[in-house]
Design a protein around this ligand. Structure first.
Ligand code: BGC
Length: 657
C-alpha cells in the first residue's frame, strides 16, 4: 500500500505545485489576494494550469466559482460561512464551539476532526548499527578545467572557529508518527486534508505527512548519518502539539513528548552534533485554532510563552542556540488563505489576518525571549527571517528603488525592524496599512520588543530584482483591491534582457532559482539594515529539477544531483567571501534539508534533501546524494583557521571581537 500511495503522490503532485500558489510566500499555500477579486469575499483560490484540464471539464458548484486566463484556471472558494457549512469541503466547526476538554476523550474528539491517520510501519525508536558506513564518495563531477572540486574552492579561506556547519529540518516535515505517544493534532494534520478534499474534485491529491520520514522513530540513525558525514550541527524544531497536545497554558503537558525530545537532544550531543532548536516551525496545535483562532487571536501570546518556558526548563543547558519562530512572515501571510482561514476568530478576516498574526506573534516572541532572560537560560535566542533585500530591476528607476524598499519592508522589516532597530513597524507598512489591519504598538510594547534577539538569522535561498506594479506604486497603495496591495511590488526573476537570474530549480518550486552571485550583496544589506553581533545563514537549499518524478529504481540518477551540488558549492564559496572580504559575521550555515521531506502543500514531490528517502521501502531507507558528500568535503577543507594569516583585516578584526 505504501508503494502505491507514494507513486500516486509522485505522479499527481507534479501538478500540485502549480496548483499551490501564493504571492509573498510564493511557495506554499493558496492566496486570496492573487485572484484579483476583493479578498474579503473569498476564502481562497487555486490556480490550475490549463495544461492540466480545461475549464469546461471542471464542475462548478455553489462553493466555488471559476474564472480563467490564458494560462490558468482560478477556482475561488466562497466566504467562510458557506464553506464551513459544507462538510465535504470544510468540515471544521466554528471557532469556539469545541469545549476545552483536556481528557483523553477530549483529545480523541480533536483527532475525530481529522479522521483516520496512516499507521507508521515502525512504532518504536530504532537503534542503528554503529558506525554508519559511508559509501565511497562520488568521482569529480566535471573535468577540472571546467569546475573545481570542493577542496579547491577558495582553499585559502576558512570558516571561523566554532562555525556551525549544519543541516536543517522541521518537525512536521520529517517526523511522521503524527498521532503517537500522546501528540495532539497540529493544524497541518487537519488542513492538508481539507485541501486534499477540495482538490480531489479535480483529480488531484495532497498526502498529509502522517508517516513521511518517520524521523520520530529513526532519529538515532538520522543523527548518526549526519555525524558520519562530519556535519557538526542540526537545526530542528519541536512540535508544540507533542509537548502540549491541547496547546493551552492550563492544559496538561505530555511527558512522553518531553522525554522524546530530551533523548533527541542527548543523541545529538553524544554524536558531537550541536542541536539548534526552533520552538515553532509553522505547526500550531489544532486545539488552539479550534478554541480561539490560533495566531489570529491575542490568546496565543500567553499560550506560546508558557510552551516556550516549559521547553526552556526541560532542555536548559543541553541546547545553546534557540529560535522562537521560523519565518514568521511566511507563516502569517498564509493565515488569511484557505484552509487556514477556516478558523479565524470574530473580527478577523482573510484580509487583515496576516497582520493581526504578525502583531500577536511579535508579542509572543518578545515574551518568550523575556522569559528566557528571566529564567537565566544559558545560550542565545532569536527568530529566523526569510526573504531577500532585492535590487531595482530598472537600475536608477526611482519606482523600482521604492519597490526594493517595499519588498524588504513587507518581507523582512515587518519583523526585523521592531526587534533589531526601531521597536516599531517599518514606516512603509504604517503608511499603507490602516490600524484595523495592522495594530499599532504602544510605547510599552515597543520597548518590550526592541532588542529581543541575540543574533540575526536568515533563510536566504535566493535574491532577485524588484519592480513597481505596472499601474505605479502610488496607485496600488491607494487601491485596496489591487491584487498587489499592500506590498505593491513585483519580484522579477529575469534581467531586462529576459535572461534568468540563475538556474531554475524543480518546477514545483518556481520561486527558487540559484543566485549565488547576489549573496554577498544580500548579506551586506541584512547586516547594514538589521545589525547584530552574529548572523546565522539558517537555511539554504535547492530542488534538483524533476527529482520527485524518479522511481526508486533510478537511485543512481537521484543521488547524482549536480544542480543542488553546484548551488551549495557556489553559495558556500560566496559565503566565505562575504565573511572574509566583506567582514560579515556569519557563524553558521544550515543546508535545507537533512533529507527529503514533506514540502508543505507540495507533499513529497518537491525534494530538498541532501539524502534521498525511499518512501516505498518499509524501513524508509536513506541514501546520500552527491550534494551531501560535496558539503562535507567543502566543510572539511574550510573549517580550520590555518589560513588566518592570509585573510583580510576585516576578518581578523571580526575574529578578535
Ligand atoms: C522553510 C521550510 C521549507 C523550505 C523550502 C523554508 O523557508 O522553513 O520549511 O521546506 O523553505 O521551501
Amino acid at each position: 500500500m505504501y508503494l502505491s500511495l507514494s507513486y500516486t503522490t509522485l505522479f499527481v503532485c507534479f501538478y500540485c505545485a502549480e496548483v499551490v500558489y501564493s504571492q509573498d510566500a510564493s511557495r506554499t499555500i493558496l492566496n486570496a489576494s492573487r485572484t484579483g477579486l476583493p479578498s474579503s469575499d473569498v476564502v481562497g483560490s487555486i490556480t490550475i494550469p490549463t495544461t492540466l484540464t480545461s475549464v469546461s471539464n471542471i464542475e462548478t458548484s455553489s462553493i466555488f466559482s471559476l474564472t480563467s486566463s490564458a494560462s490558468s484556471i482560478i477556482i475561488t472558494a466562497a466566504p467562510t460561512s458557506t464553506a464551513s457549512s459544507n462538510p465535504s469541503i470544510a468540515p471544521f466547526p466554528p471557532v469556539g464551539s469545541i469545549p476545552r476538554d483536556y481528557t483523553p476523550a477530549g483529545l480523541s474528539r480533536l483527532w475525530d476532526l481529522i479522521g483516520p491517520v496512516e499507521i507508521p510501519p515502525i512504532t518504536t525508536t530504532v537503534i542503528p548499527q554503529t558506525p554508519i558506513a559511508l559509501p565511497s564518495p562520488p568521482p569529480a563531477l566535471y573535468p577540472p578545467f571546467f569546475a573545481v572540486t570542493p577542496k579547491d574552492i577558495l582553499p585559502d579561506l576558512k570558516f571561523p572557529k566554532g562555525f556551525l556547519f549544519g543541516v536543517a529540518s522541521a518537525a512536521y516535515q520529517v517526523e511522521g508518527a503524527v498521532k503517537d505517544e500522546g501528540k495532539g493534532p497540529s493544524v497541518w494534520d487537519c488542513f492538508l486534508r481539507a485541501l486534499d478534499k477540495l482538490l480531489t474534485r479535480y483529480f488531484l491529491t495532497i498526502l498529509p505527512a502522517d508517516v513521511v520520514d518517520l524521523h520520530y522513530y529513526l532519529y538515532k540513525e538520522d543523527v548518526a548519518r549526519i555525524a558520519a558525514l562530519g556535519i557538526n550541527s542540526h537545526s530542528f524544531s519541536i512540535s508544540w502539539a507533542r509537548i502540549f497536545p491541547f496547546g493551552a497554558a492550563d492544559s496538561p503537558v505530555n511527558q512522553e513528548g518531553i522525554d522524546h525530545y530530551a533523548d533527541v537532544i542527548a543523541t545529538h550531543l553524544k554524536s558531537n552534533v550541536t542541536p539548534v532548536v526552533t520552538l515553532f516551525h509553522w505547526d500550531p496545535p489544532l486545539a488552539l485554532s479550534a478554541y480561539y483562532g490560533g495566531f489570529a487571536s491575542p490568546n496565543i501570546v500567553d499560550d506560546f510563552i508558557h510552551y516556550a518556558k516549559t521547553v526552556f526548563t526541560a532542555y536548559n543547558g543541553s541546547v545553546h542556540t534557540w529560535y522562537t519562530f521560523n519565518e514568521p512572515q511566511v507563516f502569517c501571510s498564509e493565515l488569511g488563505s484557505f484552509p487556514f482561514n477556516l478558523t479565524l476568530p470574530n473580527g478577523v478576516n482573510s484580509s487583515n489576518a496576516q497582520f493581526q498574526c504578525s502583531y500577536y506573534l511579535l508579542k509572543a516572541h518578545a515574551g518568550a525571549v523575556k522569559a528566557f532572560r528571566e529564567m537565566h537560560i544559558t545560550g542565545e535566542i532569536a527568530f529566523k527571517s526569510a526573504d531577500y533585500v532585492g535590487m531595482p530591476w530598472r537600475t536608477n528607476n526611482t519606482e523600482d528603488v521604492d519597490a526594493v524598499e517595499r519588498h524588504a519592508a513587507f518581507g523582512i522589516g515587518i519583523f526585523a525592524d521592531p526587534v533589531y532597530t526601531t521597536g516599531d513597524w517599518p514606516q512603509i507598512l504604517k503608511d499603507t496599512l490602516p490600524p484595523d489591519y495592522l495594530p499599532r504598538f504602544t510605547e510599552e510594547e515597543s520597548k518590550e520588543i526592541l532588542g529581543e534577539s541575540d543574533f540575526f538569522a536568515i533563510d536566504a535561498y535566493r535574491t532577485y530584482w524588484n519592480t513597481a506594479p505596472p499601474e505605479g506604486i502610488g496607485a496600488c497603495v491607494k487601491n485596496l483591491s489591487d491584487p498587489l496591495w499592500p506590498s505593491c511590488n513585483l519580484e522579477v526573476m529575469v534581467d531586462l534582457n529576459g535572461w534568468a537570474s540563475g538556474p531554475a530549480s524543480d518546477p514545483l518550486t518556481p520561486w527558487l532559482q540559484a543566485t549565488p552571485q547576489f549573496l554577498r550583496t544580500s548579506f551586506k544589506e541584512y547586516h547594514r539594515r538589521w545589525p547584530a553581533p552574529k548572523i546565522y545563514f539558517s537555511e539554504f537549499g535547492f530542488t534538483q529539477p524533476f527529482e520527485g518524478l524518479r522511481t526508486p529504481a533510478e537511485l543512481s540518477q537521484i543521488t547524482e544531483d549536480p544542480e543542488r551540488t553546484n548551488y551549495y558549492m557556489t553559495y558556500l564559496g560566496e559565503l566565505l567571501l562575504s565573511i572574509h572580504e566583506d567582514g560579515i559575521p556569519v557563524e553558521g550555515a544550515f543546508a535545507w534539508a537533512i533529507m527529503d521531506n514533506a514540502e508543505w502543500n507540495s507533499g513529497l514531490s518537491a525534494r530538498f534533501g541532501i539524502q534521498y528517502v525511499n518512501y516505498s521501502s518499509p524501513n524508509l531507507e536513506r541514501s546520500y546524494k552527491r550534494s551531501a558528500f560535496a558539503l562535507c568535503k567543502f566543510m572539511a577543507f574550510s573549517e580550520t583557521l590555518q589560513a588566518l594569516k592570509n585573510s583580510s583585516r576585516l576578518f581578523q578584526q571580526h575574529l578578535q571581537n
